[in-house]
Design a protein around this ligand. Sequence first.
Ligand code: ADP
Length: 461
Amino acid sequence: MTLRQRWRIDRHSSAGLIIRTYILIMLVTTGLSAVFTAGVVSTLLIRNRETAAIKVIQSLQASFVHQSPNWDAWQATSEEDSSRTYVKIQTITKTGRTDAIFYAPGTRAYLAAKHRNAPIFSAVRFVDGHGVFYYRSKLTKRAYYQVWLSLNSILQVVQLTLLSVLVVALISFVIGITLILLMTRRLTRPLTDLTTATQTRLIRGWQQQALLPVPSAPTEVKQLADSFNQLLTSLNDQMAREHQFVADASHELRTPLAGIRGHVSLLRRRGQEHPEIIADSLKYLDEESQRMQHLVENLLAISRNDQMKLSLQAVDLSDIVKTTVMGYTTEIQRRIQIQVPPTCLVLADAESVRQILMGLLDNALKYAPESSNITCALTQQNDKINLSISDEGPGLTDENKKHVFERFYRVDEARSSQVPGTGLGLAIVQQLVTLNHAKIIVADNQPHGAIFTVSFGPLVS
Ligand code: ADP
């Protein structure tokens, strides 16, 4: 990388913005300090000239000998450079008339040159061929004094002062720009590295678990990189879950499909010669196709719920529990105990609460013995409303409790005992619970069995 490329700065980058702002600040402060310094120095020096002019007039008054000024005596005693000081004196008679006019050496030629007034300081004159002068006059009873003091040396002081201000500003500017360039490079390098790392990963294609490098400073960039990595981790996890889901779904569909194809080919080969196998095969095909239909419906429900958003309203949970259980028991001919208060309002979506309840009741019926009790209860605990479905079945080990809400998870006994199921029921229940901003847990029932509890938040009016 050449030096030029190394320091090339995009106008719109933060370095470009900082440098532009810095240049603007420098220009304004240098301009202001130059104007202010020049103003203060000029005012002080002109005041000094004013005092000097008064002194010159006093010394002129003292230099009068026999009604005329003694220029030699005056020049010898004057504190000012008399060769650059011009004087005109008009003596006045008692009647107020001009008596005589005296010019210090060189004053006639000086007065013959063109004079122009300075804009703000009216006592300052520009005189062609002589430079800048300070003018002062004084009228006494005997004479009218006019004095012009040279300001050229003073102008040099002002010029030098301004030059010093500019040199100091230039040095500070160079040091400032260098420091800013170093600082902005230090600040923006981690961001540039982050962008390069992201682009490299985009070009090479996304590899799972590939995270961005996290710089140790500055803190804001470190936090940004950390947040990016959190986002990537969660996206990676989601992608891994989706991969797993597709693999599990294909696996679950492949098993019944293989069975169906096996029976179809059996019927083709042997169906005509052995018609007695037709009834068994048809029964198998019916069951397996139903299982597949159930699985596909569950898969569709899972993918639909993933995209869904519910609008929650105040609903009466007691009413939902009573009507759902009543409708449910007429279909299955089994008694389910209900323990609910007369009304119980929560913020939820009624239809999805019904689906949650039916999903949990389906499992209780599937996994608990036929004669055992199933109870649906509504209780209040602190500010939570708990809907619990308890059964007296085999219950779940602590290890299984951790996994039952995962997609396609089935406890080994359930798989081997041929209890129909897809392993998606509780995953769907969990999705619906989350959509209702509620929580679900599973615990042991006493003396045995499982209790699934859905906790709804308080109804905020
Ligand atoms: P499925 O019932 O279709 O297998 P689920 O997701 O509904 O899938 O349940 C996952 C597993 O959790 C089931 O395979 C079963 O072993 C276990 N399970 C669910 N409910 C109960 C229950 N009430 N009692 C005992 N085990 C249960």
